[in-house]
Design a binder for this molecule. Sequence first.
Ligand SMILES: Nc1ncnc2c1ncn2[C@@H]1O[C@H](COP(=O)(O)OP(=O)(O)OP(=O)(O)O)[C@@H](O)[C@H]1O
Ligand SMILES: [Mg+2]
Length: 236
Amino acid sequence: MVENVVELSAINRVYEMGEEPLYALKDLTLSIENGDYVAIMGQSGSGKSTLMNLIGCLDRPTSGRYILNHKDVFELTDDELASIRNTTIGFVFQQFNLLSSMTAIENVMLPLVYAGVEKEQRIMRAQFALQQVGLDQRRYHRPTQLSGGQQQRVSIARAIVNKPRILLADEPTGALDSHTATEIMALFDELVEQGITVILVTHDGEVANRASRIVRMRDGQITSDSRIRSQKNTPA
Ligand SMILES: Nc1ncnc2c1ncn2[C@@H]1O[C@H](COP(=O)(O)OP(=O)(O)OP(=O)(O)O)[C@@H](O)[C@H]1O
Ligand SMILES: [Mg+2]
C-alpha cells in the first residue's frame, strides 16, 4: 500500500513586499511517498527553497494544508512542531551550515542535544552516523580542517543522526566539484536503500537523474512531474 509521508494541498506562500503580493508558491499540490527519491528542479526564484523550507517545517504556508507523516502541521503547537521536525526531518544545505567552533562529532551530536539524548548515547550515535558517511577518522577535525566534500558528509551525518524519515537537501552538491558530488550522491543512494525518503533540489540534470521522480517548478507552481524509475526501495 502506498503511504504518503508528505501531503501538500493547495499551498500558497505569499510575501507582501511591494504593491503586488509575491506568490513564492501558488496553489501547489504535491504528495511524496514513503521511501521515494525525488529531485526538484527549476530556475532560480521558482520557489524550490521555499517549498523545501515548508516541507521541513522551517516555514509555514500562507494558506493550504500540510500533512506530514499523518499529522496536520497546522494543528501542532510550536513545541510539537519542533519535536516532529527534530525526529522526522533531516536537512542538508548547499553551504553545509556547520558550526565552525565545533568538531565534526560535536556538530553531528547537536540534534541529539536538542532531543535530550544523554551524553553516552549521543557519542555512540554520532560516531555511528560519521561511520555511515565514511568520516569516523575525522571526528575531531573542525570544519576548516575538512574539505568541502568532507564537510558535506559531516552535515549529512548530522542530518541522519536522529534517524529521520525524510532527508531534505537543498542543492547539496552545488558547492562541490563533480567528482566529490558523485561521492555525495552515492551516499544519498545508500540512504534511500535504507528506507529514508530523500527530497533534493538540484540544478544538475545528472544529479536529478539518480532520483526516481523529477518534479519541475516555475513561478511557484509545478510544471511537470515524472517518475523516471520505480521506487528503489519498497519499505515494509
Ligand atoms: N523572505 C522572503 N521575502 C520576500 N520574498 C522572498 C523571500 N524568500 C523568497 N522570496 C521570493 O520567493 C521566490 C522564490 O524563492 P526561492 O528562494 O524559493 O527560489 P529558488 O527556486 O530556491 O531559487 P534558487 O535556485 O536561486 O535557490 C523568489 O521570487 C524570491 O525572491
Ligand atoms: Mg533556493
